[in-house]
Design a protein. Structure first.
Lengths: 60, 380
């Protein structure tokens, strides 16, 4: 059972994390192969996952 | 945030978005197949899939490769020769003169070991080239490039202003709020906000690097006149050599000078990349990062002697590093697929923005909406 969730203090917290993650994802595959590529894939897949999550949790 | 501040940012967001939306839609749509250009070339048979050469295989003499290429295009002169790092092939670009622009160049593709002539996709023909020109310059050359670059910068401003407006909109909402059941406009607004924020960093970098790429030509010209002009000055008054030293020996000299790097391509004298008197052997590193950065090795085209190994200026390094960040071709097929998905999400952001503009009221009404959203947790 989930109760009401307190909104974050600043609406910019999530965008700041997303921007930081995006930079990591963009740069990672550029500086190396192998695990660096995987980091990029995980980051960007995570961003797509946020959209899927928002869609699944949408209120009708 | 003050009402006047919200209004100012709203107006900036509205107009920067509106001006660039149509072109951004075109960029997103044409960018989608370009992300997979390599895969499309292989699947369509435009570029042959070749087995890797044996590790001890000896590449064919490059001068012989150039002669074979020129036999395919009689009357042409060689302009560039380059290697595919993922296949045992060399390509040779030729043209009627050393001043031939890329749209008029011919390309020959040859097996690097056997010298066999392979089917060569002309990079300046076909559907993919049409899409590429639409994406980059709308067939308008430099004016088109600069125009698209301006659209990229407007897009970046639209992203920043959208982020500023996101603050008051979402002050009372949880991140990811998507209300689809109340009214259609609210659903599109929430979708615009969610997708806009998720694609924020990626879209900003792709937009800015795209804008940087549009000034590649002026940057290259600046580099050529600044750095290469210095070497050209030593040969002032001398005619361009008509008989060239061995290309194969020139590349061997460059490889010996930069043993940690591999040759990416060679420019012939007169093509603008290495002056009138030099082969420019462009070496690249072997790591994920350094393979993007070239080191030119200038070889005297008459004597075959090494003249210089100039460092690329910082602005050229920035340009070269910005290219993969725009193309998304540096992390294998999974990254390309994710790049395409983010491109599709950006399309939805653009379309939802357009819908919100069509269903707009007055600017005052929209500013009221943002202020109301900042005060209450309910519908704005």
């Amino acid at each position: 059972m989930s109760g009401p969730v307190t909104p974050p203090r600043s609406p910019f917290i999530a965008p700041a994390w997303i921007a930081l993650a995006s930079v990591v994802g963009l740069v990672s595959a550029l500086i190396g192969d192998g695990v660096f590529d995987v980091v990029s894939w995980v980051v960007f897949a995570g961003l797509i996952g946020l959209v899927v999550r928002a869609w699944v949790k949408r209120t009708r | 945030m003050q009402r006047s501040t919200i209004k100012a940012w709203f107006v900036i967001h509205k107009w920067t978005s509106l001006v660039c939306t149509l072109f951004l839609l075109l960029l997103c749509l044409t960018g989608l197949p370009l992300v997979f250009a390599e895969e499309i070339a292989h699947l369509s048979g435009a570029e042959p899939e070749l087995p890797a050469a044996a590790a001890d295989a000896v590449p064919l003499n490059l001068d012989a490769q150039v002669r074979t290429a020129l036999a395919q295009y009689p009357g042409d002169v060689p302009l560039f020769i380059g290697w595919d790092p993922h296949a045992p092939t060399v390509y040779v670009n030729t043209g009627a003169s050393t001043a031939t622009p890329p749209p008029q160049m011919h390309t020959a593709l040859l097996h690097s070991i056997s010298g066999e002539v392979l089917p060569a996709a002309q990079f300046n023909q076909g559907v993919m080239y049409f899409i590429y020109r639409l994406h980059t310059d709308l067939f308008l050359d430099l004016p088109g490039l600069l125009f698209m670059g301006t659209m990229g910068l407007l897009f970046a401003v639209a992203i920043i202003s959208g982020l500023v407006l996101y603050g008051p909109f979402m002050r009372k909402q949880r991140f990811g709020t998507l209300r689809t059941g109340r009214n259609r406009r609210l659903a599109w607004l929430d979708l615009h906000n969610v997708l806009g924020i998720v694609t924020l960093g990626w879209a900003f970098v792709v937009g800015i690097t795209g804008a940087i790429n549009t000034i590649a030509k002026p940057l290259e010209q600046a580099w050529q006149s600044e750095q290469l002009g210095e070497f050209a000055a030593r040969y002032e008054g001398q005619p361009r050599p008509t008989t060239l030293a061995s290309l194969d020996a020139a590349v061997a000299t460059a490889r010996a000078a930069e043993p940690e790097m591999r040759a990416a391509f060679v420019s012939f004298p007169g093509t603008g990349y290495s002056g009138d008197h030099h082969y420019g052997v462009f070496m690249q590193g072997n790591s994920a990062l350094t393979e993007r950065l070239y080191r030119p090795v200038l070889i005297d085209a008459r004597t075959g002697a090494l003249t210089a190994q100039p460092q690329l200026p910082v602005y050229m390094s920035v340009l070269l590093l910005s290219q993969p960040l725009h193309f998304g071709d540096y992390g294998g097929l999974p990254l390309k697929i994710l790049w395409a998905l983010l491109d599709l999400l950006t399309l939805v952001v653009l379309i939802s923005g357009l819908y919100l503009w069509i269903k707009r009221g007055s600017t005052e009404a929209r500013v009221n909406e943002i202020e109301r959203a900042a005060r209450t947790a309910g519908a704005p």
